[in-house]
Design a protein around this ligand. Structure first.
Ligand code: ZN
Length: 167
């Protein structure tokens, strides 16, 4: 496994559509393992393949309940609303108040190629939505409803900075 370099805005890979994975090869499995290691080292609660420069539909998430890897993830159901501070490893200087669904169901493939469905609420739901957005070239700042609700990280009090999750 290896820690990969996290791509930061304005690299165009972050703004482009990632491709569906046609076959889960050794290379895809290595990418996913490296993404997990990179996410934990950052630290962050999620990472999408474009954030390490790979235009492929692969995400990893760990919101405190253990690692989840999904290939070709799709949000199948979403309910409720949550509003909270969100940061992104690819936009390290910004934090925004982002409205997301409170609960989602995501399906995709595991690294063995088996279909899996995962349900998440709270932070896990937020992380899934943030990562699937990355696969479509969407950054969280686009989801902030009021431009006044985006701050520079260094403008926030240390106590607030600690609460911000980077995804
Ligand atoms: Zn992000």
């Amino acid at each position: 496994m290896a820690i990969r370099r996290i791509i930061v805005y304005p690299d165009p890979v972050l703004l482009s559509q990632a491709q569906a994975v046609a076959k889960i090869t050794r290379r895809v499995r290595r990418l996913a393992r490296d993404m997990l290691e990179t996410m934990y080292a950052a630290p962050g609660v999620g990472l999408a393949a474009p954030q390490v420069g790979a235009r492929q539909r692969v995400i990893v998430v760990d919101a405190g309940e253990g690692p989840i890897t999904l290939v070709n993830p799709q949000i199948k159901a979403a309910e409720g609303k949550q509003i909270g501070l969100e940061g992104c490893l690819s936009l390290p200087d910004l934090v925004g108040e982002v409205r997301r669904s409170a609960w989602v169901v995501v399906s995709g493939l595991d690294l063995g190629g088996k279909p899996i469905t995962v349900e998440g609420e709270g932070l896990l739901a937020r992380a899934f939505q943030h990562e699937v957005d990355h696969l479509d070239g969407i950054l969280f700042v686009v989801r902030v409803q009021d431009p006044a609700c985006v701050w520079r990280t260094d403008e926030l009090k240390a106590s607030v900075q600690k609460e911000v999750v980077h995804i």
